[in-house]
Design a protein around this ligand. Sequence first.
Ligand SMILES: NC(=O)c1ccc[n+]([C@@H]2O[C@H](COP(=O)([O-])OP(=O)(O)OC[C@H]3O[C@@H](n4cnc5c(N)ncnc54)[C@H](O)[C@@H]3O)[C@@H](O)[C@H]2O)c1
Ligand SMILES: [Zn+2]
Ligand SMILES: [Zn+2]
Length: 372
Amino acid sequence: MKIRAAVLREYGIPMKIEELELAEPREHEVQVKMLACGFCHSDLSVWQGYIPQDIPMVPGHEACAVVEKIGHGVTKLKPGDRVIGCWMVPCGHCFQCRRGRPNLCETSMKFFQEGNLLDGTSRLTDKDGKRVGLGSFIAGFATHSVMPDIGAIKVPEHIKLPPEQLCQLGCSVATGWGSVVNVAKAREGNSIGIWGCGGIGLNAIRFAALRHCNPIVAVDLEKSKRDIAMEFGATHFVESSKDDPIPVIKGLTGGAGLEFAIEATGDPGAQVQAWWALRSGGTMVNIGIPPIDSVTSIPLFYAPLHAKSIIGTLYGETHPTEDLPGLMEVMNTGILKTDKLVTRTIKLEDLDMVMQAILAREVIGRWVIKYD
Ligand SMILES: NC(=O)c1ccc[n+]([C@@H]2O[C@H](COP(=O)([O-])OP(=O)(O)OC[C@H]3O[C@@H](n4cnc5c(N)ncnc54)[C@H](O)[C@@H]3O)[C@@H](O)[C@H]2O)c1
Ligand SMILES: [Zn+2]
Ligand SMILES: [Zn+2]
């Protein structure tokens, strides 16, 4: 069928909306009509070539969609079901899947890079009949797509949240949750700092608040992010373009520093700051993805001397098929404030405008494409 999609053909050049051909879903795949897709900073990094993925490709990995057609062997989904797309789809067989880390699935990782589904092919071709990659098993910047059934998490009937909120489960909510709960394993009274109050950082703040961490220090270059950070549960906010967060954090922690520093900017400077903000025995959790060729000046002398750790995490150690249904129920209570997270709905044609706004650090919360 003919669909419309934003195609990334050259890094850093505005994506054009093209008419593409979408092939039928194959075994264990579903064809979906997109309802909403958030714009994550990782989409910007892919567009910039900072997170290299093969092109041409249709990006977009934070999507809520409705099933239109099912392929052979699909038993748990039917046309009309709403689903959330996972950008890492467990193959169930590789080293990482067998050891309980499906977020690092080796099969998925390769296809994620190439823009293929689990059989190693895409379902998209352009007007010249040439292959176009289907980004992150989702291609959320397309009006329609095909997803692996295992990566399409069903939204139960009783969940009435709008698609622009539900789509956040696919990346920002899951990653923010996992970084605090699965990786840091933060608990009552732990001191925690979060660098970057964007979609991911705000969810990390939210879960730190729900876990009764204290203090929860939100750090962002932009003062404009203060109100939303406090709304999500930060106890303090540091505008780091004006104030050095390290003395502020030391002042709040009796001179010691933080037990956990969550870095959700992807900026090497913020990584260094988060490191210096740690107390002895503290842990920095790296969610932010800097450009592939960037390096960071962290004095590892203090890693053994002060027993400091750095833990990188992809998807916050989420197990997509096992964790997302439960998280969706939590989201449905309203406690995650996803109604406040999504501050603007936009059109597929607005992608360039969103990217410019993110580059200028003007986006508060998440902006989400809402499809007709
Ligand atoms: N590891 C993962 O699985 C995973 C998943 C999703 C996103 N990410 C990455 O997480 C990062 C954040 O994503 P997002 O969608 O929340 O981004 P975003 O653009 O919505 O928010 C980033 C925030 O960081 C702030 N910021 C930028 N540089 C800063 C600095 N030096 N100090 C303090 N604040 C700074 C910006 O003002 C903005 O508020 C990106 O690098 C993204 O690629 C990683
Ligand atoms: Zn993302
Ligand atoms: Zn696997």
